[in-house]
Design a protein around this ligand. Sequence first.
Ligand SMILES: N=CN[C@@H](CCC(=O)O)C(=O)O
Ligand SMILES: [Zn+2]
Length: 414
Amino acid sequence: MNTPAVRRPNRALWRGAHLATLSPDSPWGWIPDGAIVTEGERIAWVGPAAALPAGLAVDAEQDWGGGVVTPGLIDCHTHLVYGGNRAREFELRLQGASYEEIARAGGGIRSTVQATRSASDAALLDATLARARVLLREGVTTVEIKSGYGLSQADEARCLRVARAVGERLPMTVRTTALGAHALPPEFAGRADDYIDALCDWLPGWQAEGLVDAVDGFCEAIAFSPAQIDRLFSRARALGLPVKLHAEQLSDSGGTALACRHQALSCDHLEHLDAAGVQALATAGTVAVLLPGAYYFLRDTQLPPVAALRAAGVPIALATDHNPGTSPTLSPLLMMNMACTLFRLTPEEALAGFTRHAAQALGLHAHLGQLTPGRQADWAHWAVDHPNELAYRFGHAPVCRVVRAGQPVQEVLA
Ligand SMILES: N=CN[C@@H](CCC(=O)O)C(=O)O
Ligand SMILES: [Zn+2]
């Protein structure tokens, strides 16, 4: 009997650029004049071009022609699915109204809920795809997309379906996060506990439809208490879903400690995090996701405790937090610049924040976030001489060409 030949996946050799692999073994994971061998969607070999295995047979060879190659960027906290915008609220805040005042008066998240509920499926998808394309153009190959502007069983599911559709229409890995506990919808006014009960009941249906990779909440005086988030997270964990939390953004509410008791993948924002919260993150192995866009746009002055996080060995990720109310940006490189200028991250920490540590914030670090053998062949090729240039510019980004799962994506963007 003939044994069928096992065909190896298509093998390609890429060379002619410096590599910032983001492997933690050396600064930047730097490999000058490097090469990558891919087999199908995965990286098979990475190293100096001079050390390529002798006699390597490849099906295709590409010359980058200079520049620097980094892992594909990972935007691990976005709210890409929504209708309308909040430019009027921006004007009000510039005149002195605070984010909390606007929210308590029924504006803020609730005004976006209204606009989202009244948008058609097609309009929501088109707007979300347009936003995702901007991220992809700036090197983002993986994006987390939260719901949170539907706040009913049907509208949250609709937003999660739109998020899933982004991963089907564009060459990006999409992780969906159910953020029903973002704000109290009008039909549950004065009944926050009942709303949490409803969310606990809706979760299994969304999960069964394949819509949920993680569960998130907003733990804050204007949103939900630690006790309410605790009930939601207990339900999520019982269903086998990981959790993450918007925590300590506007005040120290104790959300981080609570989330860490549920082994949260990440706690996000953290401007008001105290020493006990830093320790809780370190003990639980939870990633701190810092969001300089929201800090800047709300004209916050309370800095997240970066030095303490660093000293405790907590991995720090960054994200755009794209949303219409507090961070209407779609530029990861601008966020890297702001993380350096406002939060005092180093440019290398900023890049790790959008690659290695962002992968960890999504539970994907074994597969994404570094240019190392076995991981998915996702990268961004930048017209720069050194990766420290990525955090250096602001307001414009260097030219970037993107490869996702071994395939160039430029034609999708044309
Ligand atoms: N903090 C809560 N959620 C969003 C803001 C949402 C909004 O204002 O629409 C954030 O991550 O910043
Ligand atoms: Zn958010």
